[in-house]
Design a protein around this ligand. Structure first.
Ligand code: WQD
Length: 341
């Protein structure tokens, strides 16, 4: 059985990807420092798949601990690297933590790959590398714009590190640029577990609707969009997770066309904040309490993906609708209120 290292595997996208990997016959070992997730996720994964993934808790910024891990896991068929801090807004307040965590952890992983001859890595990247694109939908060959946050800059830096290392090391990289991952597994056993006040729109919506938050602030309605609120390309986390299994299989089967391949993972459809709110109200039957607030620093106005490369080259396509995404997020919030997760 092929074994895959999933760093950040108790996190939101990581846990959903572990489920898909196990259901596709892969053995998984998770490394996570639990700084932004909880260890209970392992039991939730077992309830879904019947298999509790192997797990080691340590910080990948710790060079010795990471080297020790790789020395004990030489038979890895590949790595999916999720572990990173990921809130653009927060990175504006803690830039040094973001650069140290997101960049040094990747360097330590590359050391491990080099030392033990591990060839394949899937890297969790982000549409934030594009900044505000000049053209929409945005394609993979759009230039990196000046990052709007240290978080987005760490993703640009990491992609550059990987690009140069594919020239020097016998490694292959697939960088997946996520747009806006939302929703939760249909079982409502795993989902987005924001610790503290959510930075992201959808958990803030569901927490407001369930009564954990008083009111949603809509950050700006004076953008150049149909209803004045900002546009994003929201993608169901399970669609996103499935793309990672496709990417791992592509590498293991030796089907990569280049040593570094980059794919946008979105739906290709942009929705405004108001359309997301309307979708939520439609599927939940709950009238959402929200107010219009000033724009948030670091937000781009509108971004959505050109998904043709992933659709045609990976043979992967997102299939969930916005309503399905919002209903899954709402079911997850209700499960949390009952004490799941
Ligand atoms: C979406 C829209 C906000 C909260 C983030 C990460 C990014 C990527 C995707 C990983 C924006 C508006 C939000 C609120 C609001 N993650 N909003 N009220 O900022 O597009 O990107 O997730 O790769 O790296 O930064 O997502 O959910 O924060 O915001 O009006 O309380 O909702 O202004 O227009 P974002 P988001």
């Amino acid at each position: 059985m092929k074994k895959i290292l999933v760093t950040g595997g108790t996190g939101f996208i990581g846990s959903h990807t572990v489920v898909e990997l196990q259901q596709h016959g892969y053995e998984v070992v998770i490394v996570d420092d639990l700084s932004n997730s909880s260890v209970e996720v392992l039991d939730q994964i077992r309830k879904i798949t019947g298999i509790r993934p192997a797990f080691e808790q340590f910080d990948l910024v710790d060079r010795e601990r990471t080297a020790d891990f790789f020395a004990r896991h030489e038979q890895l068929s590949g790595i999916i690297h999720f572990a990173a801090f990921k809130a653009a807004g927060e990175s504006m307040e803690k830039p040094l933590e973001y650069y140290r965590n997101n960049v040094v952890s990747l360097l330590n992983i590359l050391d491990g790959m080099k030392m033990h001859g591990i060839r394949d890595i899937v890297f969790s990247s982000s549409c934030t590398v594009y900044g505000q694109p000049d053209q929409l939908p945005v394609t993979e060959d759009a230039p990196f714009k000046t990052a709007w946050s240290p978080y987005g800059n760490t993703k640009q830096i990491c992609e550059d590190i990987l690009r140069f290392n594919t020239l020097l090391l016998p490694i292959r990289v697939i960088a997946l640029r996520y747009f806006n991952p939302i929703g939760a597994h249909d079982s409502a056993l795993i989902g987005e577990l924001p610790l503290g006040v959510p930075n992201n729109l959808v958990p803030f919506i569901t927490q407001t609707a369930i009564g954990k938050r008083e009111c949603l602030s809509v950050f700006g309605n004076d953008y150049d969009t149909p209803d004045g609120t900002a546009i994003r390309d929201y993608i169901h986390v399970v669609d996103l997770a499935r793309a990672h299994v496709v990417a791992v299989e592509r590498m293991i089967q030796g089907n990569c066309l280049h040593n570094l391949e980059v794919f946008n993972l979105g739906t290709g459809i942009g929705f405004t904040v108001m359309e997301v709110i309307q979708s939520f109200e439609r599927v939940s039957g709950v009238k959402l309490n929200y107010r219009i607030a000033p724009r948030r620093a670091g937000d781009v106005e509108k971004v959505w993906a050109d998904t043709r490369l992933a659709n045609e080259t990976l043979g992967w396509k997102a299939v969930h609708s916005l309503d399905e995404m919002m209903l899954s997020a709402w079911n997850w919030e209700k499960a949390l209120a009952k004490g799941v997760g």
